[in-house]
Design a protein around this ligand. Structure first.
Ligand code: COA
Length: 251
């Protein structure tokens, strides 16, 4: 079975991370499946709303660390077109996605499992949500445009503290910070998201598209993502990152 399930019903496409045994850590194949889902949704008039959700207890434990280790030579090779790598193709697709995007999140969300939420228009969380941004602890830099989006959303001071001090933020705190629209029980998560999606289905697709275009600046965001990505790739070979990955992989 695929590690990303795709299911379309009545104008709502659900892309569901389906690698619960690995806490839905994102592999290259999963980034590619998500990119394809978003690209097809963008082109298909019948799709009006996209939901990103996840199977199992946790939303996403970030990028797959074994993939990081395996792709190190590619990340370091300046002759490679990094924009064409699965992770950057996904980040470009989500940055330029022009239809409403809802996230349904539960349990642990780590790294890109948090920063991708900043690209969603609505986020519904289960009350057991724990968000963490371990980039600095790993010797890396925040990615996916989060150095722009997070301070914009929650203010510089709070964003810096979160990124640098690596605290875990719970669902209710995230809601109060403005990162999440609503907090529901774990059992009620899918239903709450469906209800939200159905409210969006009642609106004009072109009104939604124009509104989203006025409220976001994807071109600027994409430039930030590329700039962060260039440093991120360099930091992957830092002593801190290498030690952290080795420790994780050999545990
Ligand atoms: N990449 C690859 N595998 C991962 C993973 C990741 N990012 N996160 C979790 N997994 C795997 C674990 O290796 C483990 O696999 P195994 O059962 O085959 O040994 C399984 O998922 C369960 O994870 P585990 O660490 O046992 O769960 P936990 O509840 O003790 O801890 C986390 C959960 C999220 C705190 C922990 O898994 C973690 O720190 N993951 C790495 C997060 C990270 O640094 N992501 C990259 C950010 S840039």
């Amino acid at each position: 079975m695929s590690d990303v399930l795709s299911h379309s019903d009545n104008g709502v496409l659900v892309l569901r991370l389906n690698r619960p045994a690995k806490k839905n850590a994102l592999t290259k194949a999963m980034y590619t499946a998500l990119t394809e889902g978003l690209t097809q949704a963008s082109a298909d008039e019948a799709v009006r709303v996209v939901v990103i959700s996840a199977e199992g207890a946790d939303f996403c434990a970030g990028n797959d660390i074994a993939d990081f280790a395996q792709d190190l030579p590619l990340f370091q090779d300046d002759s490679v077109d990094h924009d064409d790598m699965p992770v950057f193709r996904f980040l470009k697709a989500i940055t330029f996605f022009d239809k409403p995007l809802i996230a349904a999140v539960q349990g642990q969300a780590v790294g890109v499992g948090v920063t991708l939420l900043l690209h969603c228009d609505l986020v519904v969380a289960a009350d057991d949500l724990r968000l963490s941004l371990p980039f600095l602890k790993l010797g890396l830099v925040p990615e996916a445009g989060s150095t722009l989006l997070l301070p914009e959303r929650i203010g510089y001071q709070r964003a810096f503290a979160w990124m640098a001090l690596g605290e875990i933020v719970g669902a209710e705190d995230a809601r109060q910070l403005g990162l999440i629209n609503s907090v529901v029980t774990r059992e009620g998560l899918d239903e709450a998201v469906q209800a939200m999606a159905h409210k969006l289905l009642r609106l004009s697709p072109s009104s939604l598209r124009h509104t989203k275009a006025f409220m976001r600046d994807p071109e600027k965001l994409w430039q930030v993502i590329r700039a962060e990505g260039a440093i991120f790739r360099r930091q992957l070979v830092s002593a801190e990152a290498q030690a952290a990955f080795m420790a994780f992989l050999s545990k």
